[in-house]
Write a protein that binds this ligand. Structure first.
Ligand code: HEC
Ligand code: HEC
Length: 250
């Protein structure tokens, strides 16, 4: 748990305004398992909602090392180590009987996660469209160099939302065929009609878009596709989906 957490400190609706989640476009660090298992560090949802799976004896260890025996070649079996972190999708029945399997839960997770990702991408396209309609352009920056400029939402074939370098990020696929990214949101600079840089695109987004983007990355960086804390993960994915639908005007 000391290692497998998002390493961003406390992040929730109560401290969003004082945190740098929005101004720095932060994303949770990879391996966000403990946050999810303990129900902490998500937005648009109640926090402190510990998973039932955090209450089973030895929690991480039981699923990853005992119920899923480590591979002989990789580790000293009797030590019970299994740092592949592979967990068999069949272990559920050891505790739950036939009632529970990983496949159906993970498929439902994937559907919600994909829906949220798609809505977040639509919302970012709207932010970019509003900025360019307002007479600005957006410089895409890699290694301190402007590698492309967006002049209109019509320049964009597709946006892919995700994470890069510990920040929320976008990949931009231009209608002309080129692909730029993944880029940090903080490497997408807004240039006004006079040529002045007036900020980076995250500063122009609604708080809920930044929160939903964080949540999407938290759910995906956890890597269990919902298994670690099923009800809580679905709660914050659903809340994020609702917030994005509201943001996009219903
Ligand atoms: C109820 C059983 C269970 C518990 C408890 C549990 N895990 Fe998991 N974990 C899983 C399952 C199942 C997966 C998904 C495996 C898959 O889909 O291949 C997973 C996925 C992961 C992954 C991603 C593995 C990969 O291949 O990307 C990591 C890392 C991980 N867990 C670490 C932890 C840590 C750390 C804890 C404790 C804080 C923990 N898990 C607690 C069952 C559990
Ligand atoms: C080491 C025992 C153990 C394993 C293995 C385990 N669970 Fe659980 N799980 C529990 C306990 C205990 C509860 C809480 C009591 C209950 O709901 O049955 C729980 C609850 C749940 C719930 C209800 C929601 C919640 O969090 O309270 C779901 C869904 C669930 N588990 C899915 C799974 C899936 C999918 C797997 C396999 C990847 C799995 N579990 C593996 C012990 C386990």
């Amino acid at each position: 748990m000391t290692c497998h957490n998002a390493r961003r400190g406390l992040r929730n609706d109560d401290n969003f305004a004082e945190s740098d989640t929005k101004s720095a476009g932060r994303a949770p660090h990879g391996s966000a398992q403990t946050d999810v298992l303990m129900g902490e560090n998500a937005y648009l949802v109640n926090v402190g909602i510990r998973a039932s799976h955090s209450l089973v004896e030895d929690t991480c260890v039981i699923c990853h090392m005992e119920e899923t025996p480590p591979p002989d070649l990789l580790s000293y079996n009797l030590g019970g180590t299994n740092h592949t972190f592979f967990a068999s999708p069949d272990i559920c029945s050891n505790c739950h009987g036939e009632l529970q399997d990983a496949d159906s839960l993970q498929a439902a997770f994937q559907a919600s996660s994909d829906e949220l990702q798609d809505l977040v991408e639509q919302a970012w396209l709207e932010v970019i469209g509003d900025l360019t309609d307002g007479g600005n352009t957006i410089d895409l920056i890699e290694d301190d160099t402007v590698v492309a400029t967006i002049t209109s939402a019509a320049d964009i074939e597709e946006l892919i939302f995700g994470e890069t370098h510990g920040r929320q990020g976008l990949t931009v696929i231009f209608t002309a065929g080129t692909t730029v990214g993944p880029l940090r949101l903080t490497d997408m600079s807004v240039i006004d009609g006079t040529g002045a840089t007036i900020g980076t695109i995250n500063e122009f987004a609604a708080d809920d878009l930044i929160k939903a983007g964080w949540n999407w990355n938290l759910a995906n960086n956890d890597g269990s596709k919902g298994v670690h804390n099923p009800p809580w993960v679905f709660a914050f994915l659903d809340a994020s989906i609702d917030a994005m639908i509201a943001l996009l005007g219903g």
